[in-house]
Design a binder for this molecule. Structure first.
Ligand SMILES: [Zn+2]
Length: 181
């Protein structure tokens, strides 16, 4: 699979153009730490997938991504011999990826960028209003059930008030007065 080698800036421009051209497309994907859900970056800075490493590479990240000071060298896998700095999540200290600083030609595109292992990420899409209300309810079931229990309280209160009012009305319409009307 050949991948695009557009820079992050060009990528962002294209994303804006694509967005205007096709409103069906998601505006952005936000990448989060799979452990603590800290926001690590988004697809506006997307560079490329790296299938060989089961990773994706971003050109820019949030402050939640910390770069280790110590330079390391990979000793196994397809990136053997590559020099890298470990990326960690500021939220949970998990190791989430690598910033490669020396790479063989096949990995030139990811050098000096932020490469995250797919398993360390979770994501959500912004600007994709394709969910049905039922799906939204399933996704937000916790808050929805809170909402329903609040509604139930309100309805109960209203019901009690109505019963009281009905009681007052039926008192007003006492049988003897009722016959007079
Ligand atoms: Zn984390």
């Amino acid at each position: 699979m050949s991948s695009s080698s557009r820079s992050a800036g060009q990528q962002a421009e294209h994303a804006a153009a694509d967005e205007a051209a096709n409103e069906e497309e998601p505006i952005a994907v936000v990448f989060q730490c799979s452990e603590c859900r800290s926001i690590l970056g988004d697809s506006c800075a997307y560079v490329t997938p790296v299938d060989d490493l089961n990773a994706i590479t971003l050109a820019a990240v949030s402050p939640a991504v910390l770069i280790a000071k110590e330079l390391q060298t990979s000793v196994s896998g397809v990136d053997t011999g590559c020099g890298y700095y470990t990326l960690t999540c500021a939220g949970c200290n998990a190791s989430i990826g690598r910033m490669y600083c020396s790479t063989p030609r096949q990995f030139d595109i990811i050098r000096d960028h932020y490469t995250f292992h797919i398993d360390c990420l979770t994501s959500y899409t912004i600007g994709k209003p394709s969910k049905t209300p039922q799906e939204s309810m399933l996704l937000g079931s916790a808050s929805i059930s809170d909402y329903i229990s609040r509604l139930r309280d309100i309805v109960t209160t209203i019901h009690e008030r109505v019963e009281r009012l009905e009681g007052m009305v039926s008192t007003d319409r006492a049988p003897d007065r009722g016959r007079k009307v």
